[in-house]
Design a protein around this ligand. Structure first.
Ligand code: NDP
Length: 247
């Protein structure tokens, strides 16, 4: 077991990639904190994991509200005493060509993806800095590396979380806390289910491995970054995109 008895807090983990990361960590012995906006969703996912014999708990938290994040982290610490792993996974899209992009679509995406990551890093790093131990993983996107027409807000937010990982990696290195980013390509989840078949086929033309990724493809890289095997890896961005971007 690679994460035996570690406490892992994963934002936006009631479904999609976050849920898969939680289940992968739980399978490796971690106690996973399922966190999402609605407590019913968190509890439903935590119950499913517990029914499989895994250790899971549910705490609601809207990452855009710093007081909410602080309160959630306080409750986790009160109950479990520490947080060893933080995965900043909560994310949304509000796509549109730039000239037509509304200010509220810009703000919504930056608030959840970038400010939300800031809020969770801020709150959890207090605990990790005291413990002189921790692994932080920001879920970026290949779009944050290459940009994309129609996703200026999303690309800017994801470039932001990648740069935030690098900066925190430098600030926290002396306390043995690593901070990395994972940048998925096109992964089969509710977020990409809404794309038309035509768009999906166009995407596959530029994916050398010729298929969309699975949430497990992303979760396995997050497992490596959370494990002891990655103790000497920090400030990095690992692309999980079937070879779409090579650099
Ligand atoms: P989903 O939409 O399936 O899941 C995102 C989760 O985040 C949902 O459970 C959602 O809750 C939650 N969430 C949204 N806003 C907040 C908030 N303010 N506070 C807490 N939780 C919130 O997305 P994916 O699983 O596909 O994506 C997960 C991450 O991976 C995101 O950061 C995304 O940008 C990134 N990514 C995904 C790719 C893909 O192809 N799918 C590609 C590249 C990156 P609710 O259900 O209540 O809305």
């Amino acid at each position: 077991m690679r994460l035996k008895d570690e406490i892992a807090f994963i934002t936006g983990s009631a479904r999609g990639i976050g849920r898969e990361i939680a289940e992968t960590y739980a399978r490796e012995g971690a106690l996973v904190i399922i966190s999402d906006i609605k407590i019913e969703d968190c509890e439903a996912t935590a119950s499913e994991l517990k029914a499989k014999g895994f250790k899971a708990d549910a705490f609601a938290c809207n990452v855009t509200v710093s007081a909410d994040v602080d309160q959630c982290v306080d409750k986790i610490i009160e109950k479990y005493g520490r947080i060893d792993i933080l995965v900043n996974n909560a994310g949304i899209t509000r796509d549109g060509l730039f000239l037509r992009m509304k200010e509220e679509d810009w703000d919504a995406v930056i608030n959840v993806n970038l400010k939300g990551t800031f809020n969770a890093c801020k709150s959890v790093s207090r605990v990790m800095l005291k413990a002189r131990k921790g692994k932080i993983i920001n879920i970026g996107s290949v779009i944050g590396v290459m940009g994309n027409a129609g996703q200026a807000n999303y690309a800017a937010s994801k470039a932001g979380v990648i740069a935030l990982a690098k900066s925190l990696a430098r600030e926290f290195a002396s306390r043995s806390i690593t901070v990395n980013a994972v940048a998925p390509g096109y992964i089969k989840t509710a977020m990409t289910d809404k794309l038309s078949e035509e768009v999906k086929n166009k995407i596959l033309e530029v994916v050398p491995l010729g298929r969309m990724g699975l949430p497990s493809d992303v979760a396995n890289v997050c497992l490596f970054l959370a494990s002891k095997e990655a103790d000497y890896v920090t400030g990095q961005t690992i692309l999980v995109d079937g070879g779409m971007v090579m650099y």
